[in-house]
Design a protein around this ligand. Structure first.
Ligand code: SF4
Length: 424
């Protein structure tokens, strides 16, 4: 089984420096494109590879790049931004790439920037990733010294400056338009769309924002082609995926596996199965803002289409496990507390609605909830939806709640009938 993204990363050891990365074939992709590929050739190759964005939305990367207007149509600087603001609860996949193989990301960014003819690129990184910050800074310096960044890269005439920006630390800045506002020094709140960043992004200029895992794929696709990439997956969607598992399994962790590996294989073969004495009750497949799947859906393939068909979203692919000895209401309450705190406060339904939902869930935990409170929760799952809120934050927060009410309603009712949390 091939693991292109992680095969050279040695856990708990120093990251690959420039020389080591070059020994693995690193920066050959940059040399190849600057010698003989046109920007449209690269976009075409990435399109045929069907590389779906690994940040959560699953948008086709080549298509995203192709939406950037040509230089003759829009003058001025264009930008590429790597979204390294990894703050989704339970998600720690980009950190592994940032800390383990920083040049893989930088090479991917150079190729992506060339494809959209960007002259400036940013890595927008989560403030808490202090170790990654040091590693990325050093790697950027190495890449400048070797002539892979800066003016006239490798004598090609192409110029690219790459900067690291560490976030001030709000979850909403992972949303691409809020990220752009923050990068411009403004309040980190989402923007109205359209216009989309491809036409009017950073400082009003054409901008592409891609996730770290997505960009890390680009050198490999340039080297090996789109057919190779598609065949790596078991589902036809292309590539491998960094899958994570947290919760009461024997070996929580992160693995690079073919896209389309089943939940069962990930939990049983890689995470070692459930801890002794615990049964699998629910799975949040892709970060906190995705719907629960339940134990009977364990044979679902972890790819975009299969998880969607099962009623949830692949999201970041890093699953959180709910076991039978953990209160599902408390589990959901904990997530909602996070989302309420991280609401940017711009639109009323989210700013007021999420703290209200949080308070109602607290009533269940304290044994004061009534049947009316179930109605209030259900109302919010139908009201905090796209169209009623300015961005996807509040609708995302409702996903574990709505599916929790569907699958674990009896557990909510037990809190009402027994007037306390049955798990305490
Ligand atoms: S949904 Fe929430 S996070 Fe999004 S704009 Fe409204 S208040 Fe801000």
């Amino acid at each position: 089984m091939e693991t292109p993204l992680t095969k050279y990363i040695k856990p708990n050891q120093a990251p690959l420096d420039l020389k080591e990365y070059e020994k693995t074939g690193g920066y050959e992709g940059v040399k190849k494109i600057l010698k003989g590929m046109l920007p449209d050739d690269i976009i075409g190759l990435v399109k045929t590879s069907n590389l779906l964005g690994r940040g959560g939305a699953g948008f086709q990367t080549g298509l995203k790049w192709s939406l950037v207007p040509k230089e003759k149509d829009v003058a001025g600087v264009r930008y590429l931004v790597a979204n390294a603001d990894e703050m989704e609860p339970g998600t720690f996949k980009d950190r592994y790439l940032l800390e383990g193989n920083p040049h893989q990301l930088i090479e991917g960014m150079i190729i992506a920037s060339y494809a959209i003819q960007a002259e400036k690129a940013y890595i927008f990184m989560r403030w808490a990733y202090k170790k990654a910050e040091v590693i990325i800074k050093k790697a950027i310096e190495e890449a400048y010294s070797a002539g892979y960044l800066g003016k006239n890269i490798l004598g090609s005439g192409y110029n690219l400056d790459l900067h690291l920006h560490t976030s001030a630390g709000r979850y909403i800045c992972g949303e691409e338009s809020a990220l752009l506002n923050a990068l411009e020094g403004k309040r980190g709140i989402p923007r109205a769309k359209p216009p989309f960043p491809a036409t009017s992004g950073l400082f009003g200029q054409p901008t592409v924002i891609n996730n770290v895992e997505t960009l890390s794929w680009i050198p490999h696709i340039i080297e090996n082609g789109s057919d190779w990439f598609i065949k790596l997956s078991t589902s036809g969607e292309g590539g491998t995926k960094l899958y994570g598992v947290s919760g009461r399994v024997k070996k929580p962790g992160l693995w690079e596996l073919p896209l389309g590996t089943t939940i069962r294989e990930i939990i049983e073969d890689y995470a070692g199965g459930m801890q002794d004495g615990y049964q699998l009750k629910g799975i949040i497949p892709g970060g906190a803002s995705t719907d629960f799947l339940i134990a009977s859906q364990i044979d679902t393939k972890m790819d975009f289409a299969s998880v969607r068909a099962a009623g949830s979203r692949l999201g970041t692919g890093t699953m959180m496990i709910l076991d039978d000895k953990t209160c599902p209401v408390a589990f959901i309450h904990n997530l909602i507390k996070f989302f309420a705190k991280e609401s940017c406060g711009f639109c009323t339904p989210c700013r007021e609605g999420l703290p209200w939902v949080e308070k109602v869930l607290m009533k269940f935990e304290e044994g004061n909830a009534t049947l009316k409170d179930i109605e209030i929760l259900e109302f919010h799952t139908k009201y905090l939806v796209p169209g009623n809120t300015f961005c996807a934050h509040a609708p995302g927060a409702m996903e574990p709640l709505q599916s929790g009410l569907k699958y674990f309603k009896d557990d909510f009712l037990r809190h009402i009938n027994e007037k306390h949390c049955p798990w305490r």
